[in-house]
Ligand binder design. Sequence first.
Ligand code: GPK
Length: 817
Amino acid sequence: MKTGFDKEVFKKSVIYNVKSQFRKTLEEATPEQVYQAVCYAVKDVIIDEWIATHKEYEKQDSKTLYYLSMEFLMGRALGNNIINIMARDEIKEALDEMGFDLNLIEDQEPDAALGNGGLGRLAACFLDSLATLGYPAYGCGIRYRYGMFKQKIVDGYQVEVPDEWLKNGNPFEVRRSEYATEVKFGGYVRTVWENGREKFVQEGYQSVMAVPYDLPVVGYGNNVVNTLRIWDAQPINTFSLDAFDRGDYQKAVEQENLAKNICEVLYPNDNHYAGKELRLRQQYFFISASVQRAVLKYMEKHDDVRKFYEKNVFQLNDTHPTVAVAELMRILLDDYGLTWDEAWEVTTKTCAYTNHTIMAEALEKWPIELFSRLLPRIYQIVEEINRRFIIQIQQKYPGDQQKIAKMAIIYDGQVKMAHMAIAGSFSVNGVAQLHTEILKKQELKDFYEMMPEKFNNKTNGITQRRFLLHGNPLLADWVTSKIGDEWITDLSAISKLKLYVDDEKCQHEFMNIKYQNKIRLAKYIKEHNGIDVDPRSIFDVQVKRLHEYKRQLMNILHVMYLYNQLKDNPEMDMVPRTFIFGAKAAAGYKRAKLTIKLINSVADVINNDPTINGKIKVVFIEDYRVSNAEIIFAAADVSEQISTASKEASGTGNMKFMLNGALTLGTMDGANVEIVEEVGADHAFIFGTSSDEIIRMEHDRSYNPMEIFNNDQDIRRVLMQLINGYYSPQDPELFRDIYNSLLNTQSSDRADTYFILKDFKMYADAQRRINEAYKDEQWWARTAMLNTASSGKFSSDRTIEEYVRDIWHLEKVKVEV
Ligand code: GPK
């Protein structure tokens, strides 16, 4: 426990907050009101550290990281904050004494779901690690009024429901209207001459006020509280319009609507670019506000903007914030009068870019028409960046038109954001070793050859504070009882558990905790799905966004195959298995949504077939999100990481499972490669076509899934069940599209784009190996423990230290209160 926390003061504070916020006594308050009051009481503790942290940063004049991201998938704050101020036991006790259960209070909190999946959750883990390691950092993003939609399953189909996460207010946030910043859209650029220099003035624009809301990001036990700054849009008050525009009613209305729309909703697409104008508005909105503020803040204490990069670094989380390159140039050129070369030097020493995917459909390419209409001055600057970049390409590759076609920032009527990010950054990184190698050798080969010094790898990580200490308290306490609590801030120390993997008593304790966590999940499933699952069965889990490349389809096809086997041979020797799925599909992604329906249809048939004695159960967990993920990871035996090799840049769920003692069933893709490297190939179930071979087959087009279909009776039977009404008697054609996707060539696309049939039998074989392995209780217990013990590398603390060492060059700050 941390010094300075006073239980009695805390209790009084809760009672006072219930009274002042809701004019109620504790006894009268609803659980939601008690939750709010507890948050305010915790905020009281945090706020002094928050102030002290920023005082210290100012005093030290520290270099600051701005992590620019469209997404921060934070999940719930209360439980995490309580843990990080090191007051879990005291607050639990205090609430007990007042007659409340901390877990139930925590359950009142809506998830802050300002992200889609891996990319947004990575940003959230990074903030936790930055604060815990004591590095000065801001997260900068958007305060979406509606975050990731809530998923309901109705008749087996996904239905999207708006996520009203701000409905009852957000107790931890602080509105900072004093930092409101104007952001301009549209209009035109006029050139004027001033003191013998060309000046560019944007006129006839519409603008909005960006108003920041700050959220505390609490470091673990170190008094450091960083800031996640999310921007809201407000209409400009009409008095600040140009004299000319004052009284222009139409314009005032337009500006009001513009402001309303910008922060309305998070685009629910993962690994997919939709090209919507409003999305580009969102990007420029939060980037312009964040960059303007960063420069102003720097200039409060410094006088030479040419040295901006010495005290500031911008990390671009994918290409979504790339307009920062041009916005920083604009400010330096237009507001501070730097020459192009001076401004470019500052910009390219400030910006660094992380790539998170090689999926072609995720690449952001804005039509020039849209881009230049919305951001006329920014477009001018991008044109000039492009012009100079092409000259550089020509100098390096004289006469090579191909290089220009492949590398230009503006080409074919489009602005290519990845190309701008690379040209404008001093660092370009991938998120796992394999992914970075594929970037260098394939996707970004030309850029790598031209500027190899920029490229580097930073393998992703996760925070053990949320995904073990908070999500799995039983295991967390057990680990601490064995090896001490060093692992909480240095996960490499968890390897000390290796001493105990052969100890039978420890094996039992470890597996008993897993069993308790399976009971907890079984209860959750019973409450939310009405399905009974047996906690003694193998919990085989695939939770992640629904995407064809992640191959949830292969998983459910295998369930269908297994069920066929069991029907043919009811005596088949098989450990009972519970197949658990959780996934949101992008609202417009038809095939992904149909896959959800397929999973639920298969579940209906199998779960209600008494002849198989409950040997297979299939569960689709509704509304998979950060808060229920914590419960799911803790309960998993098998971690499904089965993407087509080369397609999953890293994966981070894979690491959360490993930390919690699940065994990986996976392809050699993303960070799975490094997981196997750490735990040893004998302690994971690896299968499938290698990334090299996948890439080769994609080039030579030699793969023909129809051949497999024609020659493999098991596969043929499963696929026929997609179109003969076996799982959809009322509509036998229901799953025709999925069947077609595997077998029929549509236009120039290859059938079975993600090599499901190619890998299917290898997958089924790996599944059989799991069935056998689970029977050896001792082997399984030892291996599960070994997975936890080998997960040290995958802490986001390690990842952040590498970013600091190679890219950001920050210094740790100590905060005393
Ligand atoms: C990558 F490009 C994207 C995207 O739009 N959204 C997203 O979540 C993920 N990602 C990758 O798919 C994962 O492999 C990776 O672990 C994660 O980003 C974090 O790097």
